[in-house]
Design a binder for this molecule. Structure first.
Ligand SMILES: Nc1ncnc2c1ncn2[C@@H]1O[C@H](COP(=O)(O)OP(=O)(O)OP(=O)(O)O)[C@@H](O)[C@H]1O
Length: 364
C-alpha cells in the first residue's frame, strides 16, 4: 500500500533526516514509527503526503509514485492528524470536521452530515459539534482531529504523535478508541510516537529508527520484543521487554488437562460447569478464581497461577465453561519459549521467522 524505496532526505542545511529508507507498509495495518527525537520519523511520515519531498528514491501510495500526483489532491486523499489536533480556531468543531469534504465539493449539507456521523463515531455529542475548539479539552480536541482526518474516508491515515500532549489516562482512552475505529474501518495507518508502550499497543508492525534517519528494524511487536535486531533496539525496548512480550503472547499455546485430585483444593463449579472458586478440602475456606480463555495473555496466566492456591489456572471456553486446567510450570515453560532471547542480531527492515529459543526466566 505504501512503499519506500531507497529514500533519502537531505535538507538544504546539510542535515540528513532520512537515510536509504526501504520499507513496505501493507494495506489495512498500523505501522508505527518509533525512535528518539530527531531520528527522522516525522520527515519520513511527511514525505508520504508530500509535505516534504524526498531528495532521492521513490515513495508509492497504492502503487503510484507520490511525485507524479498533484500534491494538493494527494493530501486531500490522505488523512493527517498531528499533536494538538491543529484545528481551525475560528471554525466550529462540526465545520472543522467537514473541511476536507467541502474542499472535495461534497456540498455543505452532505459534508456536515458526514461530519456529524464521524463526531458520533469518535464519541463526541452533537452539542460538541457546535462549540469552538478552545471550548473542548485536549483529549476531545484530539478526537476532533481524528474525525477530521477520517471525514473524506481516505484509505490512508498519517498520525504524528497525535496523543503526545494529553495526560496518560486520556491517552489510553484515545488509543482504545483508535483500536476500536481501526477494527471497523481497517485503514492503512502510519503512526509516529516516542513511546514504545504506545507502539506495542497500537502497531501491527513497528519500525524502529535511530539517529541519522536509519531504519534499524521493522517487525510485528511480538517479534521485535522477542528478537531485537541489535543492542540499540533492545535498549530502546527497555528492561520490561520480557513483560511486554508476555502481555502480547496468549495462553492459547499452553496445553491443558484434567484437574489433579491431590492438591488439597477443590475446583468448585456450578451446574453449567463454570468455575466458582477454589475450596480448601480441609477447612472449606474459599479463594476467588479468575478463569482464563485462550485469548488471555501469558502475563495474566502467570499472575493467576501465582494467586491460585494450588498453582493451577482454570481454562474456560468463550461461554465461560471449564475446558481444563494448566499448571504454573506449563505456563512458565511457555513463557520461557516465548521469550526468544536470541541476543543481538544484525538486521534491518527484514525479519526472519521466530525459531525455538532458550528457556529464559522471564518472570524474575
Ligand atoms: N526543515 C528542516 N530543515 C532542516 N533540518 C530539518 C528540517 N526538518 C527536520 N530537520 C532535521 O531532520 C532531522 C529529523 O527530524 P524529524 O522531525 O524527522 O525527526 P523526528 O524523529 O520526527 O523527531 P521528533 O520525535 O523530535 O519529532 C532532525 O535532525 C531535524 O533537526
Amino acid at each position: 500500500m505504501i512503499q519506500f524505496e531507497a529514500v533519502h532526505k537531505r535538507f538544504p542545511n546539510g542535515t540528513t533526516a532520512v537515510h536509504d529508507l526501504s520499507l513496505d507498509m501493507p494495506e489495512g495495518g498500523v505501522t508505527v514509527f518509533v525512535g528518539s527525537s530527531g531520528c527522522g520519523k516525522t520527515t519520513s511520515l511527511r514525505m508520504i503526503n508530500r509535505m516534504v519531498e524526498p531528495s532521492s528514491g521513490t515513495i508509492r501510495v497504492g502503487g503510484r509514485d507520490v511525485l507524479e500526483q498533484d500534491a494538493a489532491e494527494l493530501r486531500r486523499s490522505i488523512g493527517y492528524v498531528i499533536q494538538q489536533a491543529g484545528l481551525f480556531p475560528h471554525r466550529t468543531v462540526l465545520d472543522n470536521v467537514a473541511t476536507v469534504p467541502l474542499l472535495l465539493g461534497w456540498g455543505r449539507k452532505k459534508a456536515r452530515a458526514a461530519a456529524s456521523e464521524l463526531l458520533d463515531r469518535v464519541g463526541l455529542s452533537a452539542e460538541m459539534g457546535k462549540r469552538y475548539p478552545h471550548q473542548l479539552s485536549g483529549g476531545q480536541q484530539q478526537r476532533v482531529g481524528v474525525a477530521r482526518a477520517l471525514a473524506a474516508d481516505p484509505p490512508v491515515l498519517l498520525m504524528d504523535e497525535p496523543f503526545g500532549a494529553v495526560d496518560p489516562v486520556v491517552r489510553t482512552q484515545l488509543q482504545d478508541e483508535l483500536l476500536r475505529l481501526q477494527k471497523e474501518l481497517n485503514k492503512t495507518i502510519v503512526f509516529v510516537t516516542h513511546d514504545i508502550d504506545e507502539a506495542v499497543r497500537l502497531g501491527d508492525r513497528i519500525a524502529v529508527f535511530r539517529e541519522g534517519g536509519h531504519l534499524v528494524q521493522c517487525a510485528p511487536p511480538e517479534e521485535l520484543l522477542a528478537r531485537p535486531a541489535d543492542e540499540f533496539v533492545a535498549d530502546f525496548l527497555g528492561v520490561e521487554r520480557g513483560l511486554k512480550l508476555l502481555s502480547l503472547t496468549t495462553l492459547g499455546g499452553v496445553g491443558q488437562g484434567a484437574y489433579p485430585a491431590d492438591t488439597g483444593w477443590e475446583l468448585a463449579l456450578d451446574e453449567a460447569r463454570k468455575p466458582l472458586h477454589w475450596r480448601d478440602e480441609g477447612t472449606g475456606a474459599t479463594v476467588p478464581i479468575r478463569p482464563l480463555r485462550e485469548t488471555d495473555s501469558l502475563l495474566s496466566a502467570l499472575n493467576e497461577s501465582i494467586a491460585a492456591p494450588g498453582g493451577f489456572v482454570a481454562r474456560v471456553d468463550a461461554d465461560g465453561i471449564l475446558t481444563g486446567v494448566s499448571s504454573r510450570s506449563e505456563i512458565h515453560d511457555r513463557a520461557g519459549l516465548a521469550h526468544a532471547t536470541a541476543g543481538t542480531r544484525a538486521g534491518t527492515g527484514k525479519t526472519e521467522p521466530a525459531e525455538a529459543v532458550e528457556d529464559t526466566d522471564v518472570t524474575s
